[in-house]
Structure formats: C-alpha cells, structure tokens
Design a protein around this ligand. Structure first.
Ligand code: C5P
Length: 397
C-alpha cells in the first residue's frame, strides 16, 4: 500500500547509535510513496555515512547549517515538506529543539518548518526518564509536535528498559496513520478532565477514589490524532501521556480552576474525571495522631465542574459528561445530563466484567439530550474513545 503517496518528508538524523536504522527508514518511506530529503547533524555522520542516505534518497544530504549550498536551504526545506521526522531524536537534539537553539541544520530546518513535526526519541533508559528530558519533551508536545512512542527492550548500553527508538516500520505506520486519519476534529479546541482527585485530610492522608485516568487519557490521545488541540487536566494518577499538554492537579478545587480557565476559549469540554464530591472541611496542619478509638471527619461539598461549565457554556460550546451508576443507571444518567446541561452523557456499565475503573476495556451507553440512546459492546478503551469522539463529530458543531 502506498500510504505516504506523494508526501514530502524531511528525515532529520541526530547522533545516536539508532541512526543505523535511518537507512531502513529511508527505504521504507520511499517504498510507501514518499519523497524524502535527508538532513543530518555532524554527530550522526559518525554512526552512518551521508553517502548511504544520499544514495538511498537519491538527493544530496545536508549536514551543516552554514555551507556552500546549505545556507538558506533550511528555509526552503522547511517550507517544502509535508512532514518532518527527527529519527533518531537524541536527548541533546530534543533539548535544542525544545529551547529554540539553532547550531545544526536539523535545528535550523525545525525552526523554519511549517509542517507537522514528528520525533522518534532514542536514548538510554535513565536519560529517557530524566526530568530534564521529559520537560523538554513536554515543551515540544505543547508546541504541537508529535512523539512516536519509544519501545522497551534491550538498549545499546546493555540496560533493559524504555528508550529504544521505534522500529522504522512503526515510524512509517505512525506517519501513515497521521495522514490517513480522518482529521475530523481539526481546529477544535478540547479540554478534557481525567483521573481522580485527592482531598487532603492532613499532610500525608487524603480522601480519594480508584480512578486511573485511562479513559480520559485515551480520549485525549484519540482527539489529538484526529486533529484537535487538546488540553488534559489530570488528577493524581501514575498514568500520563506525552502526546498532549497535561495540566496536573491534585484536588477538586484545583481541577475546577484549571478547567474553567481553559474552557473559556475551548469548543468542547469532556469531563471524564472522577471528582471527589466532598472534601474534609478542616485540613490538619500536622499528621493526625491515633489517640481515640473513633475519628470523625466532617466533609463539605466540592464545586461541580461539569455543572459550572453547563451554566457558563455559550453559543456552540459542547460539554460531555460521564456517569457511573450502581442502580437505576439510565434514569440517573439522564437526570445528570439534564441537571448539568450536557450535550450527551456516557454511561459506564459497572455490571459488566472488565468495564470501569482501572480496566483496559469499557462498555458504554451514550444518552443524548434529545432522549437518544446507543449501547456499545465491551471494547478496549482506545476504541471506546473513538466511539465517543464519533458521537461528538455527529453533533456537527
Ligand atoms: O454527579 P456525578 O459525579 O455522578 O457526575 C458525573 C459527571 O460530572 C462526570 O462527567 C464528572 O467528571 C463530572 N463532575 C465534575 N465535577 C464534580 C463532580 C462530577 O465535573 N465535582
């Protein structure tokens, strides 16, 4: 299948041992129908020869930002391409691109590029996990770039873990999916809440719930792939995503403020978080000692983010909610739909084995404000996310 037919792609190679895979990647891109131009940092030329890449791509390879022919080429190249893929992307290059430094042809073309930019990171597991690298990646994602997820396995250092560059086949598939995907949410701005909230009792304890945030994160990633500009407001969970900007919060109050702030210039809010309905009225400054046999906690109501957005929404703004019910499911969910002024509500079935909190699968029914009802079979949360977004697109906003 010529899935990248006539796509103009810049392959930018930086200095990692994974650079040897760039030859296969070039061949695969061309085989998929793409026209490829290769640029390389000087460091990468120690891992693979420019001659290999110029032979495979049938075009001159540029390795210097200032050279007899390459001066000004970076601007032309940046405008020429339909996509730029930095593969492998080293910690060093990621740092430079994230911070706008410009001492290589790769950085110069990146800064001049108007096309979508993809990065396939490659590094050792400890470098990959380092907050400095992760912060730089978050910056690149926040600037609209797309990360091809790293693989797990044995690394060149002999260590085992995350950080291995995606295989050339996976990178081509990632690009092909991007170009093939129905960009039916292009130009839509969506804020999504996900995960639990933790309501502090004292400096070490909290009231919370077992939400993992998986469903909301799956929706955020799917919406991003379908072209939306996504902001994810995420409660405390071990789950995370590199694909969209994440705003981490802890309490319902923090989630409330962050979500309201983003909703002002959003088209859609999807409220997938399991927000604690109540919080301890008094938070102890010191760790509470176990003196008495019983301990009484007075709880007060948290703000309802969804209800607040329901009253604030203007014009064509859409809000979508979730309901997790243990009895009279549909009746209760429909009540919430009306009370919180949702455009539709996604009812999670708790009765189904494999659905709900912490599972990778979910079984939903979508209830519309027009009284419509559609039930779906048990599916992976990634597919459920697509169903929910299909229902959003069907609203024709
Ligand atoms: O009333 P209930 O908590 O069952 O409503 C669930 C829906 O409302 C979910 O979409 C949830 O994210 C949202 N919600 C909220 N703020 C709250 C409570 C619930 O946004 N404080």
């Amino acid at each position: 299948m010529r899935s990248l037919k006539e796509k103009r792609i810049i392959l930018a190679i930086t200095g990692s041992i994974a650079a040897y895979k760039a030859a296969f990647l070039t061949r695969l891109l061309i085989k998929s129908g793409a026209e490829v131009r290769v640029i390389m940092t000087p460091g990468s030329t120690r891992f693979i020869a420019p001659l290999t890449l110029s032979t495979l791509s049938k075009h001159k390879v540029f390795t210097e930002v200032i050279g007899e022919e390459s001066w000004n080429n970076h601007v032309e190249m940046g405008l020429w391409a339909d996509a730029m893929i930095v593969a492998p992307a080293t910690a060093n290059s990621i740092g430079k691109l994230a911070n706008g430094l410009c001492d290589t042809i790769v950085a110069a073309v990146y800064l001049s590029a108007r096309c979508p930019v993809f990065l396939a990171p490659a590094m050792d597991v400890d470098m990959w996990k380092h907050p400095a690298v992760q912060n730089n990646l978050s910056k690149l994602v926040a600037a609209g770039n797309r990360i091809v997820p790293v693989g797990r396995g044995e690394l060149a250092s002999g260590l085992v873990g995350e950080g291995r560059m995606a295989e050339p086949e996976e990178i081509v598939a990632f690009l092909a999916k991007f170009f093939a995907a129905d960009q039916d949410l292009r130009n839509k701005k969506i804020v999504i809440t996900a995960g639990p909230t933790h309501e502090p009792i004292d400096p070490v304890r909290f009231v919370g719930n077992r939400s993992s945030g998986k469903m909301g994160i799956a929706i955020a990633e799917a919406a991003h792939r379908r072209g939306a500009e996504v902001k994810l407001v995420l409660g405390p969970t071990s789950m995370d995503t590199d694909l969209v900007p994440v705003f981490k919060v802890r309490t319902a109050q923090e989630m409330f403020e962050e979500t309201i702030r983003h909703f002002v210039d959003c088209d859609v809010a999807i409220l997938a978080a399991a927000v604690a309905d109540y919080r301890p009225e008094h938070v102890s400054n010191q760790k509470i000692k176990k003196k008495s046999n019983t301990l009484r906690l007075d709880l007060i109501k948290n703000p309802d983010i969804a209800a607040e957005l329901g009253t604030r929404k203007k014009g064509e703004q859409v809000t979508i909610g979730f309901a997790l019910e243990t009895n009279d499911e549909e009746e209760n969910a429909f009540g919430k739909l009306q009370k919180k002024n949702f455009d539709f509500i996604v009812l999670n079935s708790l009765k189904e084995e494999g659905a709900g909190f912490a599972h990778d699968t979910n079984k939903i029914t979508i209830l519309g404000k027009d009284g419509s009802k559609k039930s779906y079979p048990l599916k992976p949360k990634t597919e459920v996310a697509e169903d929910i977004l299909d229902a959003l697109v069907a609203l024709q906003i």
